[in-house]
Design a protein around this ligand. Structure first.
Ligand code: GGG
Length: 350
């Protein structure tokens, strides 16, 4: 029986509630399956930890995390800490430090969940977000603070190596899906340097994947396509910022941000990959016991698949779908169930 070492970082807000729920479901699944075991270690890194210690990740923290097979992450963001400090203090150092350059965000309308779209059942997408550079390179600066001549720059950095590897990843993933269809999303009409390079490299890589049908759509146009013609899309690849925005739209069109999972992958497996629900810390509902744990359960299924436990991953997905299908829904989906009720229902279903 294989034992996997999991680093749990619940973080802030509802991250704490949904990771506890996710671990409970994983424990039931492992107990039932008996084909694998999980050894979970908790890391208290959060905004409260930052306010107490002056840092999110202590010295040597990434070295510690390196020993794990995967990281199960909740959320980061607190009203007590500016968002750019918390994001750059916890989530981004892990994604960038562990070269988790492929951020995979599936979107699908699960049974029993209603899309706000008339033909929402056509949604079966995977948004692939470049996760290591671009608009999140951290390049830029501010000068003359507070003066009328104050200036700030935020420079997107695109490298040939970074763009090539995300396109290759996207083509491989598109090829593994039944429709073998990949949409390239950029803004290369207005942004004539980095975005044009994205387009060019995409078509260079495409030559190695003649079986994958491709389309190029500008980021503004793709939002209308997602809403009006969801059936025309399958796998999408976009930059760090564009895909972040598109995947929130994809989640909302699938019923709620509360169901959307994500995997931050280091495909070469040189470093552990990190799995997290897309939603953030949601301080408006923290402590009320009504956070939707479905995004975290789906995330746990992605983590199991990445670890090689494909059967368990599918079994978990079927249990989640059985519960959403019975309309055991938290308030974000129009229901009255609590986090605990949904969690118990998924455990029972397993
Ligand atoms: N689990 C998602 C999370 O904690 N998100 C925090 C956040 O602000 N993310 C923005 C981003 O990664 O672009």
């Amino acid at each position: 029986m294989h034992e996997y070492r999991i680093a749990a970082i619940p973080g802030d807000g509802i991250g704490v509630e949904v990771i506890a729920a996710g671990l409970k479901v994983l424990e039931v699944l492992a107990g039932r399956d008996r084909s694998f075991k999980l050894k979970v270690e908790h890391f208290p890194w959060s905004s409260d930890y930052y306010l107490k210690h002056g840092h999110y990740i202590p010295e040597g923290g990434l070295e510690q995390l390196k020993q794990f097979d995967a990281i199960f992450f909740g959320a980061v963001g607190s009203p007590k800490v500016p968002d750019h400090i918390s994001l750059w203090g916890l989530r981004l150092p892990i994604c960038q430090g562990f070269d988790q350059y492929a951020n995979v965000r599936p979107a699908r309308v699960l049974p029993g969940i209603k899309s706000p779209l008339r033909n929402g059942e056509a949604i079966d997408w995977v948004v692939i977000r470049e996760n290591s550079e671009g608009e999140y390179s951290g390049s830029g600066g501010r000068a003359h603070r507070g003066l009328p001549e104050e200036v700030a720059t935020e420079t997107s950095v695109f490298t040939r190596a970074g763009v090539t590897r995300i396109h290759r990843y996207a083509f491989e993933l598109a090829r593994s899906r039944p429709r073998k269809h990949l949409t390239l999303v950029t803004k290369s009409n207005a942004q004539r340097h980095g975005m044009v390079m994205w387009d060019e490299i995409f078509y260079e890589v495409a030559k190695q994947y003649p079986d994958v049908e491709t389309r190029r759509v500008l980021v503004d146009a793709v939002t209308t396509q997602m809403v009006l013609k969801p059936q025309t899309l399958d796998t999408l690849v976009a930059t760090n910022l564009h895909a972040d925005i598109l995947s929130d739209l994809a989640a909302a069109l699938s019923g709620s941000l509360g169901i959307a999972p994500t995997a931050n992958l280091n495909p070469e497996r040189k470093f552990p990959s990190m799995f997290e629900p897309i939603h953030g810390s949601a301080f408006d509902i923290t402590g009320k016991g009504i956070a939707n744990p479905v995004a975290t359960f789906w995330t746990a299924s992605l983590m199991l698949a990445h670890l090689g436990e494909k059967d368990a991953a599918q079994r978990l997905m079927r249990a989640i779908e059985a519960v959403t299908g019975k309309r055991i829904h938290t308030p974000d989906l129009g229901g009255e169930a609590t986090t605990e009720i949904v969690t118990e229902a998924v455990c029972d279903s397993l």
